[in-house]
Design a protein around this ligand. Structure first.
Ligand code: KG4
Ligand code: ZN
Length: 357
């Protein structure tokens, strides 16, 4: 099976071709039976192209929706062409077109949706609409299609911080979410205060690697609350007040690195504590970290270590960093598992506030 996927929900224009192959069945007569998760297929990414708009948005310190849409319009045909060429596929051989339907910026989503509708009409193929958050979740299935349930997903991106429990394929329960800023948003806003540029996550974590995480005592919001929700706006404000009181922190290389490390550690501590507690309560066999912030080294390492130590029976999954931030390969994998919801090009529209449940 060949799926061509398109992603334009935010500031990356992405396209991918995924080949889905059945797992080889043991020769008959061996008595071996293939069942359950072992029957799941093998995914081969034939091509995955991402055109980033970072340079366009960087001067504004955040994504400007109208500029994002304009760039998608300009880049998507080129990204599509490059993907098809790299994948060495003929368009008529595609089985499905997949496209991110939401959540995201409506005028950005509409570029991908319109393109997918055009392809669906011209090629007479069905279109699989994909939830962007589920796309992040399935970035962990690319190499590990035999994932054991229950799976506790911690999705941390620029727009979302969510704990999502999957008891089986197709079942999603929202266990907790942020009440204000998403983790990635907090990174971006603190980076803006420190004039480190956009996107903030990579810039802050690069400096944090050289800093002392114990230097500044920052709050761990909601770490002990008896629910699985998050809140990061207070942490951001704590950084703001600290900088107002001691503006010299931002001017000194060493203290700037220490502040970045202390801030990053506060976010990591909260995410690790809450994820671990939820994984225990729900008896997770797999804990899967995904979303742009999953590229963060401290978060990857500390969550992995905590699970190994406190929950040795669970397996930890995190995508390759190239699949942490937005891409279309993850949209294609998610589409495969959701192919029963394929629709005609006539019945497809963007849903900017689409939720996972
Ligand atoms: O998933 P994503 O590419 O887009 C959304 O769906 O939002 O996530 C982007 C977010 C940005 O906020 C960015 O600052 C953050 O992921 N990010 C990081 C790192 N790399 C990207 N945050 C912390 N550390 C990183 N290394
Ligand atoms: Zn994303």
């Amino acid at each position: 099976m060949l799926i061509l996927a398109i992603e334009t929900s935010c500031d990356e224009t992405a396209c991918a071709v995924l080949e889905v192959k059945p797992r080889t069945v043991p020769p008959s007569g061996t008595g071996a039976r293939v069942k359950g998760s072992a029957r799941r297929p093998i995914f081969h990414v034939r091509a995955s192209v991402v055109a980033s708009q970072i340079k366009i948005h960087a001067p504004y310190g955040g994504v400007v929706p109208t500029l994002a849409a304009r760039e998608h319009v300009k880049n998507l045909p080129l990204v599509f062409k490059k993907t098809v060429r790299q994948a060495r596929v003929k368009l008529k051989d595609l089985d499905y077109i997949a496209v991110t339907q939401g959540p995201g910026l409506v005028i950005a989503l509409l570029v991908g949706i319109s393109f997918a509708r055009g392809l669906g009409y011209a090629l007479n193929k069905k279109i699989i609409p994909v939830n962007h958050i589920k796309g992040h979740i399935f970035s962990n299935w690319m190499l590990n299609s035999a994932v054991q349930f229950p799976v506790l997903n911690i999705v941390v991106s620029g727009g979302h911080t969510e704990l999502i429990l999957m008891k089986r394929l197709g079942s999603y329960a929202l266990i907790g979410e942020t009440r204000d800023d998403a983790a990635g948003e907090a990174f971006d806003k603190v980076a803006k205060m420190l004039t480190l540029g956009y996107p903030g996550g990579p810039a802050v974590s690069k400096l944090a690697a050289r800093g002392d995480a114990k230097r500044f005592n920052l709050p761990r919001p909601m770490i002990a609350s008896d629910n699985y929700d998050f809140s990061f706006s207070g942490l951001k404000t704590a950084v703001l007040y600290l900088l107002r009181k001691h503006p010299d922190i931002a001017r000194n290389k060493k203290s700037l690195a220490d502040l970045c490390a202390s801030f990053e550690q506060a976010i990591v501590d909260v995410i690790v504590a809450k994820t671990l507690r939820a994984a225990k309560e729900y008896g997770a066999k797999t804990v899967a970290l995904s979303g742009g912030v999953s590229a963060n080294r401290r978060l990857r390492a500390e969550l992995e270590r905590a699970i190994e130590k406190k929950l040795p029976e669970a397996r930890f999954l995190v995508p390759d960093t190239s699949l942490s931030t937005d891409n279309a390969a993850m949209i294609a994998v998610s589409a495969f598992f959701n192919r029963s919801s394929a629709v005609s090009w006539k019945h497809l529209d963007a849903i900017p506030n689409l939720s996972v449940v």
